[in-house]
Design a protein around this ligand. Structure first.
Ligand SMILES: *Cc1c(COP(=O)(O)O)cnc(C)c1O
Length: 244
């Protein structure tokens, strides 16, 4: 399937325009797959970007934001608490166990859970005054040893452990498929994730989140059932630090 190119980005100078453009891409992709675009959430990935960019997106109506780095996320959550009170903060980066408390106490979502030990720590550290932390299991869908995430075989046992922890709420799966020009490989990975998600949903009917798709592949992800696309550069522009 050929998708329309993301046109005229050079003319779209404001964050509000690019946000609208990303939403438009989601709506178009949903239509192509005969899906309801209301079931696809846009997560604005603001890592490395200043608070003024977040405020610009918030003013334009965006409410879900994703951050990758614990310290940077902590600073932003605290700085924007009063000016952007309706933000739902999503942690989407790798998490070391010694920093889990910050995520447990400041974030609403955690997308990169792949170890039982971290799940237990987050559960213990989640303050009683807060709703359970929404979590997705990150799957290493390419099965490369260098990549983070649970293996496909580990997903069910990890889900079972998480479902017993009262301060965590299992919402679904997250993955970062191989960055590739190989459309067939990309499709195969998205398809595998979709199957794994539907399979998990058969056991846990309450799960509702398949977090996959980024600026360059959101159309493919939506075609394969994504319910949450994580969009950074298409909204906020390219980042300075390569590899992030
Ligand atoms: C940076 C990042 C994104 C956003 O990537 P873009 O290509 O800028 O849209 C999405 N998900 C994760 C986990 C990321 O680290």
């Amino acid at each position: 399937m050929v998708y329309p190119l993301n046109q005229n980005n050079y003319m779209m100078t404001t964050i509000a325009d690019r946000l609208a453009d990303a939403q438009h891409r989601i709506i178009q992709a949903a239509q192509i797959s005969s899906r309801n675009s209301d079931e696809i959430q846009l997560l604005a990935v603001s890592k490395t970007k200043p608070n003024t960019d977040i405020i610009a997106a918030y003013t334009a109506g965006q409410r879900h934001f994703g951050e990758n780095y614990v310290q940077e996320g902590e600073a932003k959550v605290n700085a924007l608490k009063s000016s952007c009170p309706e933000i739902h903060w999503h942690f989407i980066g790798p998490l070391q166990s010694n920093k889990s408390k910050i995520v447990a106490s400041l974030f609403d979502w955690m997308h990169t859970l792949s170890r039982e030990k971290i799940a237990q720590r987050l559960n213990e550290q989640r303050p009683d005054t807060l709703q359970p932390l929404n979590v997705c299991i990150q799957v290493n869908i390419s099965q490369e040893s260098s990549k983070s995430g649970a293996t496909v075989d580990e997903v069910h046992s990890l889900a079972s452990s998480i479902s017993k922890l009262p301060k965590l709420k299992l919402r679904g799966l997250m993955a970062i498929p191989t960055a590739t020009q190989d459309v067939l490989l990309q499709k195969a990975e998205f398809k595998k994730l979709q199957e794994l998600y539907l399979n998990l949903q058969a056991t846990y009917p309450d799960i509702d989140t398949l977090s996959m798709g980024m600026s360059n592949d959101l159309e493919q992800a939506i075609e394969h059932g994504s319910t949450m696309v994580r969009i950074g550069s298409a909204i906020f522009g390219e980042r300075d630090i390569s590899g992030n």
